[in-house]
Design a protein around this ligand. Structure first.
Ligand code: DGL
Length: 271
């Protein structure tokens, strides 16, 4: 086992979406070395059963462990909401999901405790955000719904203009009617649509990006456990995928907010 501080952090997602989380981790912890795995061959996870999501997630974690990672961030909301308990139980390395951090932030920012959550079917049906929110604060009202079309819109780069606005209006109308004051963007893809979501919900509604929140949480955990990489050099990020999809580089750049360095394809079924 290498030096605790210099060992990389493992981050995984069902595909490219988790790059929105990598972006935030790089912002918060620029010195950390990162191994990213995106299961692009088997994406989406958000429409699959809990059993399948968990089976895939266990393989994803085993792949990351082959790099002696010091911690694993589950960037995928669908995995975090369905499989986090079993991952925490099965593996010795600390595993941290996005749900807890997102729920904590929702409680913190919501003044009236009227909280909305949007995510994939797998995330919404798990009720994981609701459970964590109710544990952290006595919410007056929680309402969630899935917004499946947001995923292809984000990947297509359709993040502003008439078409995404119409779709977003339809998805968000009930959240407006019941006057939530905080809305959790409970899917890796949704931060790309934050502009139109904010426009529709109005500036008084606080949008929570769990990627930002989990990055702050990871910083604290690393500090407390003396695992923070205090090197003066920028960390190295390595990207692994189970498939290199067409147009991957363009899509990845949108999610990461900059060009992506070399990507290696692996066979996830070997893990
Ligand atoms: N990464 C997934 C999530 O955050 C969205 C894409 C998928 O369905 O796999 O839930």
């Amino acid at each position: 086992m290498g030096n605790n501080r210099e060992r990389p952090i493992g981050i995984f997602d069902s595909g490219v979406g988790g790059l929105t989380v990598v972006k935030q981790v790089l912002n918060e912890l620029p010195n950390e070395n990162i191994i990213y795995f995106g299961d692009t061959a088997r994406v989406p996870y958000g429409t699959k059963s809990r059993e399948t999501i968990t089976h895939f997630a266990m393989q994803d974690v085993r792949f990351l462990l082959s790099f002696d990672v010091k911690m694993i961030i589950v960037a995928c909301n669908s995995v975090s909401s369905n499989s986090i308990d079993i991952l925490k139980r099965k593996f010795e390395v600390p595993v941290i999901g996005v749900i807890e951090a997102g729920a904590e932030a929702a409680c913190y920012y919501s003044k009236q405790k009227k909280i909305g959550i949007i995510g994939t079917d797998a995330t919404v049906e798990s009720n994981a955000y609701e459970r964590h929110i109710m544990e952290k604060c006595r919410a007056e009202l929680i309402y969630s719904r899935s917004c499946p079309l947001f995923v292809p819109l984000a990947e297509e780069g359709f993040t502003e203009g008439e078409i995404p606005e119409k779709i977003a209006n339809k998805y968000l109308e009930h959240f407006k009617d019941i006057e939530v004051d905080t809305l959790v963007l409970g899917c890796t893809h949704y931060p790309l649509l934050a502009g139109i979501i904010q426009k529709i919900m109005g500036n008084n509604v606080k949008l929570i990006d769990p990627g930002i929140e989990v990055s702050k949480k990871v910083r604290n955990i690393l500090n407390i456990n003396d695992m923070y990489n205090d090197s003066v050099y920028k960390g190295e990020v390595k990207y692994y995928l189970s498939d290199i999809p067409r147009r991957f580089e363009k899509v990845a750049e949108n999610f990461l907010g900059g060009p992506i360095s070399s990507v290696i394809k692996i066979v996830i079924d070997d893990f």
